[in-house]
Structures are given as C-alpha cells and as structure tokens.
Design a protein around this ligand. Structure first.
Ligand SMILES: NC(=O)c1ccc[n+]([C@@H]2O[C@H](COP(=O)([O-])OP(=O)(O)OC[C@H]3O[C@@H](n4cnc5c(N)ncnc54)[C@H](O)[C@@H]3O)[C@@H](O)[C@H]2O)c1
Length: 449
C-alpha cells in the first residue's frame, strides 16, 4: 500500500514509517522539521535506536521510504495516512492538540479515492471525534475516508522491536473496511510469524492480540495504559521510601511480590520516578480529561504528587552525604537520557536533577553514552566528558541518574581514586550495594539496605 506518515521525522513517526516500509509498503514520511528531513534523506537517523540505521539504509536504497516536508502530494496519493505528530503538555496539563488539528485541517481536502486516516499520536478521548468533524466538512465518511485510532505503545530504546513484536494492536474504528485495511497493513506483524533483525532475539511466533474497539475506547486505552505504568512506578517508589525507614530492602520486596501472577515484575524499578516524553504528560492530560468532565482523579493525583517528590529525595540524599550546601560542590553525573537506550532527553528526570544542582550553585561534570549533544543544547554550562571516569575527576560525589548497563559494574578502585570523596548516590539502584560499601564508598540507593 501507499502510506503517508505525518510527523515522520519524530520518534513514533519514523519508527512507524520505517516499520511499514520494511513490511513492503511504499512510504512517504512528512515532517515540518526540514533539518531532520535532510538528515534522514542522507541516511542519518536523528534518534538513537537499536537497528534503526541499518533499516533506514536498507529501505532508502530499496526506494520504499522517502522523506519530505511537503504533505500534499504524499497525502493525496496515499491509501493510508498516519498522524504521528506531537501532543505536548500545555502549562495547565491539557494536551496541546494544535499539531494534530493543523495536519487534520490540511487533509480536509477532497481527493481521488478512499483513504484511511489513522491517529497514532496519543490524544485525549474526544480528539478523534473532533478530527472527524473537521474532516467531514469536506469529505464523506465511509465513502472517501474513515478515521481509525491506532495508539502507539513503543518503548524508546526498543522501539523497532516493539513495532514488529507488539504485545497487542489496538484498532479503534466504526468502519469494518478501515479496520480491515489497518490489519492488512500490519500484515506479518499480526500473525507473529515474521522475523526481523532489530538487534534483539526473535520471540517465539504467536498471533498478536488485536483489540478492536470504538474510537473513544481506543484513545482511552492508551491513556489508561500509561496511567497504570506511572502508578506502578509511584507505588514502588512509595514502598521504597517506607523500606528506607524500616530497614527493609525494596529489591527483595519486588522479587517477592513480582512472582504473584496478578502483579508481575515489570515496571517496578524504584528510582527517580517517571520522566520522558510520555508518562507524565499523558497522566496530566488524563487528569484534565477527568476534571473537565466533573470527575476528581484522586488516585492519579497521588501518583503525580509522589513522582514530583522523588527528585527532592535524591537531592536530599546527596546533601546528607556532601554536607547540605551544594554551593561550589563538584558533582559527577552519570546518565542524562530519560532512560537507557535512547538519546531522548525530553522531560528527562536526570536533566531535572542537573537543573537542581546548577540552581544550588554546584558544578556538574556529566557523562552519557549518547545523549550529551542533546543535553548540551539545554545546559551548556555543564562540563561534558566522553569518558565516565573523567566525569568523576575531583568530584565530591557521583550521582547515577540513567540506568545504562555500562554503568552497572564500574571499576570501583579507579572511581575511588578519581573522586575527591568516595560517595555515590545511585538513583537507579544499578550498583551492587555490598561491593560498593566493601570498596569504601558511602553508597546510597533507593529503598535499599
Ligand atoms: N516517544 C514515545 O516513546 C511515544 C510512544 C508512544 C506514543 N507517543 C506519542 O506519539 C506522538 C508523537 O510523539 P514523538 O515522541 O514521536 O514526538 P516527536 O516530537 O519526536 O515527533 C513529532 C514530529 O511531528 C513533527 N510535526 C509537527 N507538526 C507537524 C506538521 N504539521 N506536519 C508534519 N510534521 C509535523 C515534528 O517536527 C516532529 O518531528 C505523541 O502523541 C506521543 O505522546 C510517543
């Protein structure tokens, strides 16, 4: 099929377009960011993801994917148009839908044949209905177009893997014709029998559950999924805080509760809280949907409040170690990306910690395996080091803020020799507590003995 992806140089749009091209469709990714479009045309991905460079090169060479800033020709010819533009938070927490509306209005022009328009961006319930109204001003629903809500659940760092091996696919639509077209589009992904080289072992073949719903429920599924994940993180951070006060170890607690099939081990890592481009913004947007419809989201409010306190708890631990005044202290920071495996620093809690350190007058020496250029653009006053050990030179303490696997087993003797004092605040519980303490470190994790 011919596919057009609006927002095609962004995280979700690029992964969607590349994935569909790899499946054999002819894809045009459209984006207003000309710099990113130019990079992609040259075969350079603006995002860091396992397997993405090879997939981009392969599909460019095969002529299955193209990149442009011009929506109209690509959108007019397409059988299916994906909208994967941003839906950032407004200051009051509501989702800013201006990008979605702008693209939808550009599509509301008559065209030759039947098209399916797919909203892939995460949007508050009611958005698809608003889009339908815009589209219906110039088109006939069911005759020359149908709208589908097909939310995205990819995890950054494993985005291509999640495209090809999703846990489920949600298709929200009132049109069997449109639902069928989207099913066909995903082809072998749905049967679970394909084999794609995405830098991770291929899972056992299995049919992917397809959840067919109405439009409103599809939009709600995405918000509910992210709110639930955020709830797990705030829950375990709360348990970690209690553990710290009563001499229990949250790691052991997670092991113990996770074997319960009703609970499971996933998304129970205590630490800095939930950051990144999705969980916090989507939680706030869902809360606004609730309050806007006369419902008080008490549980969700508590989830957010717990999250907002995590950074201060890490700063307090650092202050306890270094003597309460951070002014003129030199702090080494490992990790700037919002999570391991990505160069994305949007709403990165690691960067929020860096901002707090700078605010208190500390100097920061930082290292991240891939996200330093992105961090430098926001905090030019930080000293960035290509080597994690160099970042520790003469520092008063080391703060570990992103769970990169390469930080997991550092040469502790070397670290101790480089730091001005052997202090580590491990906000991701990456290091082995016993080893760090045996090596003479004043070591603090989150909820650990
Ligand atoms: N990043 C994730 O992990 C993730 C996962 C699931 C869902 N989502 C959701 O997917 C959506 C996109 O997120 P993202 O992280 O890919 O954002 P992004 O900022 O990386 O990408 C959005 C892209 O849209 C482009 N754009 C803006 N207006 C445009 C227009 N009028 N025409 C064409 N392109 C335009 C931007 O230039 C940008 O490249 C959001 O709703 C987000 O909540 C994101």
């Amino acid at each position: 099929m011919k596919v057009c992806v609006a927002g095609g140089a962004g995280y979700v749009g690029l992964v969607t377009g590349l994935g569909l091209a790899e499946l054999g469709h002819r894809v045009v990714n459209v984006d207003v960011d000309q710099r990113r479009v130019d990079m992609l045309r040259q075969g350079r991905s603006p995002i860091h993801e396992a397997g993405i460079d090879a997939m981009l090169a392969r599909n460019l060479a095969a002529g299955r994917i193209a990149f442009t800033a011009d929506l109209h020709p690509a959108a007019t010819e397409a059988d299916c148009i994906f909208i994967a533009v941003g839906t950032p938070s407004r200051p009051d927490g509501q989702a800013d839908l201006s990008q979605v509306i702008q693209v939808t209005e550009s599509l509301a022009k008559p065209h030759a044949g039947y098209q399916v328009i797919v909203i892939k961006s995460t949007v508050p319930v009611g958005t698809a209905e608003l889009m339908l109204n815009i589209l219906k001003r110039q088109r006939d629903e069911g005759v020359d177009f149908d709208l589908v809500a097909n939310p995205e659940f990819l995890r950054e760092g494993q985005a291509l893997y999640d495209f090809f091996y999703p846990d489920r696919v949600v298709i929200g639509s009132s049109s069997p014709r449109a639902t069928g077209l989207v099913r066909d589009l995903y082809g072998d992904v749905m049967t679970g029998t394909g084999h794609w080289n995405v830098g991770a072992p291929t899972p056992a073949p299995r049919a992917v559950p397809v959840v067919e719903t109405d439009l409103a429920s599809a939009q709600m599924i995405k918000h509910a999924a992210n709110a639930f994940l955020a709830t797990r993180i705030s829950f375990i951070n709360e348990i970690a805080g209690i553990c710290e006060r009563v001499g229990a170890d949250v790691g052991q607690v997670v092991r113990g509760i996770g074997y319960d099939k009703r609970i499971g081990h996933g998304y129970l890592s205590p630490g800095l809280g939930f950051g990144g481009p999705c969980l916090e913004k989507d939680l706030r947007a869902l809360m606004r949907v609730a309050t806007g419809n006369g419902f008080n989201p008490e549980v969700l409010s508590a989830v957010l409040a717990r999250n907002d306190r995590q950074i201060e708890s890490v700063i307090a631990k650092l202050k306890r170690q270094t003597g309460y005044l951070l002014y003129r202290k030199r702090i080494a920071v490992w990790g700037l990306a919002f999570k391991a495996g990505t160069n994305d620093v949007r709403s990165s809690l690691a960067l929020r910690v860096v901002a707090r350190l700078l605010e208190e007058g500390a100097s920061v020496q930082a290292h991240d395996p891939v996200a330093m250029p992105e961090a430098r653009a926001i905090y030019p006053d930080v000293t960035y080091r290509d080597d994690p050990y160099e970042a520790c030179e003469r520092a008063d303490a080391l703060l570990i803020l992103t769970e990169w696997p390469q930080f997991k087993e550092p040469d502790l003797a070397r670290l101790k020799a480089l730091l001005a004092a052997p202090r580590i605040v491990d906000a991701r519980n990456l290091l082995d507590t016993a080893k760090a303490r045996a090596a003479g470190f004043d070591y603090t994790g989150v909820g650990r003995l």
